[in-house]
Design a binder for this molecule. Sequence first.
Ligand SMILES: Cc1cc2nc3c(=O)[nH]c(=O)nc-3n(C[C@H](O)[C@H](O)[C@H](O)COP(=O)(O)OP(=O)(O)OC[C@H]3O[C@@H](n4cnc5c(N)ncnc54)[C@H](O)[C@@H]3O)c2cc1C
Length: 481
Amino acid sequence: MWDAFREFVKGAQSILVGYGITLREFFKNPVTLQYPWEKAELPERYRGKLQIKGFFDEKTIEKKSDYYKDSALAPCMKTCPAYTDVRGYITAIAERDFLRGVKILKDTYPFSGTLGRVCPAPCEGRCARGEAQNVPLTIRHLKRFLADYERSLPADSRVPYGKEEAKDCKVAVIGAGPAGLTCAWDLARRGYQVTIFEKLAVAGGYLVTGIPEYRLPRSILDEEIEAILALGVTLKLNSVLGRDVQIDELLSQNFEAIFIGVGATKPMKLGCLGEELDGVVAGEDFLMQVNLKEPFKLGKKVAVIGGGNTAIDCARVARRLGAEVTILYRRTRFEMPAEEHEICDCLDEGIKLTILSAPLKVVGDGKVEGVECIECCLGEPDSSGRRKPIAMECTEFIVECDMVLSAISRSPDLDGVPDDIRRTSWGSIEVNALTGATSREGVYAGGDATLGAATVIEAIACGKRSALAIDNYLKRKTGDH
Ligand SMILES: Cc1cc2nc3c(=O)[nH]c(=O)nc-3n(C[C@H](O)[C@H](O)[C@H](O)COP(=O)(O)OP(=O)(O)OC[C@H]3O[C@@H](n4cnc5c(N)ncnc54)[C@H](O)[C@@H]3O)c2cc1C
């Protein structure tokens, strides 16, 4: 009798908790209404702000169907490109054994502090707690907590990276972004002598040149990079593949294997008239100038074209520097690749979001004076799975501005990569997805250079996978296996 009553109270409690959460979610992110059809009825302040989230979307249905197929790995772990042992480090936190949690993370990658701040956290989308109660654990923040906890300790209390006995074998890494640095870290721990060749005067790739400092403090990133170098990794800055170093030369200089992690650093053109006008700048270039404290000229009224991370970062940086900023995006807010909380922050900071607006041309006489746009509606999903924007006739309008930041996408710049290393049809390096092996023996590649514009955790996963493959390759080559 007592047990039945307890079960009843538990059941009622969980229903109430579910409702409370659902309603909170509902009010934070109410239902999407599609502009422009609602344009007439909707008050201006709601346009572009409305969105379904956390309800019965396709993802949830897919989740329910294959959720417990493989019980060996927790769903959050299976979803992480680097297979981080989320369950392990969260259990360690729950048991207040923080250093055990730190060790789990430090055995996985050298960037917990960075990922704890910028990872899009696909794990949270597959969190078992999210499945049960509609709100996932804040996995990314728990990771950040562990990284920050370790930083708060004196140096001699921190968890050291283990390192195998030194091997007489050299490996070259091209590019010091998260892919290259992770590969170097993993190989150095396996005892290899690693040299990184980096084009810029600074290491970190887009972690340092793209992501603004308010999202990823430099001190955190610098410490993580220094810890990698402290394993004995040599870093050669201002060394450009194709100009200062060549793949063939490296192979003839006793480097037994090479990892190419040159990223996707070629900003995509807008492909519209007026792109050559003074005041049209690639978003990545603008962010790099601001981040590296180089001189730059900011407009008073800035239009940012795009809906991803780069667009949001450009908009917020320009706004924080005093510009009046409008983001132009051709789909709705629901399809924007940027993270939801970043979009909310943008709006809170006074940035205008104009959705369902496709740029037709940049107008001006030598200098940017505005962007001519056309209103769109959404059609059937395209190859990206998102609904395709369809321009609506006679709805052209001009957004006045004196600077345009284009942030639509970027592709790999493979100028220095020899032609015999095969490319995919869309211009990235072709690799074996499991190992990162390219078409040239001993040469591996990963990160944005192979995936196109992706994420930090994917770049890290590529670096790790290739380090393991290089280790196997070199052991086979030297007969040490
Ligand atoms: C503005 C912006 C914001 C972003 N925000 C996020 C975010 O919040 N979360 C997230 O997960 N991802 C984010 N990303 C994406 C993420 O930064 C990238 O996916 C990741 O950095 C890719 O890592 P990578 O090592 O492959 O390439 P990169 O980080 O691009 O590093 C490549 C390195 O190779 C060097 N290099 C290039 N060519 C040569 C050459 N010829 N010779 C020698 N070196 C060379 C480059 O200088 C660079 O240092 C963002 C990207 C941008 C641009």
